[in-house]
Design a protein around this ligand. Structure first.
Ligand SMILES: *Cc1c(COP(=O)(O)O)cnc(C)c1O
Length: 403
């Protein structure tokens, strides 16, 4: 056994989150002669299945829907699920209760948040800044939001944001962690700079919630959105969430004022009057099956401090980088993820010319990461179910695949 493999075993033995692994379904038969079966490093794209979910979904379908039918809107808590589950996510992103609502996709919530932010910023401010390196959907939606509100969209890198801010800036849309490189941006400093310019800060937390502390309330973030199917393990297409800071809730003017966000939804009035608080971010009838699968999935976070998740995440990515340096011939891959902890999310991105082919062969060998065009190998490290022995084996198989 190599020195690194021995160390991995020791690290796993003292891992305080090690027991969480048993709460996930991870041992699905891979069906091929994998030399590292079941190493899943793609939880930053689709989180693994928490074991509690299938039974819960079965109950929601058979009993709540099949037997209680319409009564479930009340008796099974369907109607209030968006706010209730929002409050379950809130501590994971550093928000006090009553500010997070679950529903719709991240793309849709980006739209609500950006248009809402521009409307709060007022007329004199005619520019919207967006992260030029963003996950594409955020950029597309920002362009449409700017066009609809008569603002100019200005794509800038996060590093350029402080210099681009000014009296014309209405709002800034930024990603907490870059989906491609895994770079963690300085949310407290950037938010403070945006506020100094008198603008609103909108953060996309897709790659940070469930992986590291966010501190929305602490840092005075104005609006935030995020998905729940990555580090929060909510399942494919699980509904996203919207955070509106409490002090702004009364001024939040949603561009999608559906009947679910009405102050009196069952009054069936022709005139719109917005609900107060987080429900103002709702639109139409929630997708209950996905939402209640998410609610069950969030139970794995009970008693898990985000700080412990962050500590293990950094230890895992440090260890992966060390194993890659030891096993992979120098110069074969280039690490795009910053080495500094303050700038690193919970994934490692390695660049190599034949990344697409390499990832295909890696997956055949049972190490599942993903490929991002044109030349990036992405490996996500989810502290609740990835261990150090996985990391060492993944690096070993990667080295063989690259060799
Ligand atoms: C994953 C991700 C999304 C996904 O948006 P959907 O509407 O759920 O498809 C959006 N933005 C970022 C930054 C992401 O990482």
């Amino acid at each position: 056994m190599s020195e690194l493999a021995v160390r991995a075993e020791k690290l796993d033995a003292v891992d305080e989150l090690g027991g969480k692994r048993a709460e996930f379904v991870l041992d699905a038969a891979s069906g091929h002669a994998a030399d590292a079966a079941g190493i899943y490093l793609d939880g930053n794209s689709l989180g693994a299945l928490p074991a509690v979910v299938p039974g819960r979904v079965e109950d929601v379908v058979r009993r709540q829907w099949g037997e209680l039918r319409i009564r479930s809107w009340e008796e099974s808590g369907w109607w209030t699920a968006p706010e209730r589950i929002g409050d379950r996510i809130a501590p994971l992103v550093g928000a006090a209760p009553g500010q997070v609502v679950v529903g719709d996709s991240t793309s849709v919530n980006v739209f609500k948040a950006l248009v809402g932010a521009v409307r709060m910023a007022g007329d004199g401010r005619d520019e919207l800044l967006v992260d030029a390196t963003t996950f594409p959907t955020d950029g597309y939606i920002a362009e449409s939001a700017a066009r609809m509100t008569g603002r100019t969209l200005r794509p800038v890198t996060p590093a350029e944001v402080p210099g681009a801010l000014g009296h014309r800036t209405a709002a800034v849309l930024l990603n907490h962690v870059d989906y491609r490189t895994g770079r963690l941006h300085d949310l407290p400093a950037l938010t403070a700079a945006v506020h100094e310019a008198g603008a609103l800060a909108v953060w996309d937390l897709c790659h940070s919630a469930g992986a590291l502390p966010v501190g929305l309330d602490e840092h005075g973030v104005d609006l935030a959105v995020g998905c729940t199917y990555k580090y929060l393990n909510g399942g494919p297409g699980a509904p996203a969430y919207l955070y509106v800071r409490r002090e702004l809730q009364d001024r939040f003017d949603s561009p999608l004022p559906g009947w679910n966000s009405h102050a009196e939804p069952f009054g069936m009035r022709s005139g719109y009057e917005p609900a107060s608080g987080a429900p103002r971010g709702r639109v139409g009838t929630p997708d209950i099956l996905s939402m209640l699968a998410l609610e069950a999935a969030l139970e794995v976070w009970d008693g898990v401090p985000v700080e412990a998740v962050r500590a293990k995440s950094l230890a895992l990515t440090d260890f992966f980088l060390e194993c890659v340096a030891e096993y992979v011939p120098e110069g074969r891959v280039e690490c795009l993820t910053p080495v500094a902890h303050a700038e690193r999310g919970s994934q490692i991105a390695l660049r190599c010319d034949d990344a697409g082919e390499v990832m295909k062969r890696l997956i055949e060998r049972g190490v599942v990461g993903d490929f991002r065009a044109p030349d990036v190998l992405r490996f996500g490290f989810t502290p609740l179910y990835v261990g150090f022995a996985d990391v060492e084996r993944a690096a070993r198989v990667l080295a063989r695949t690259l060799g």
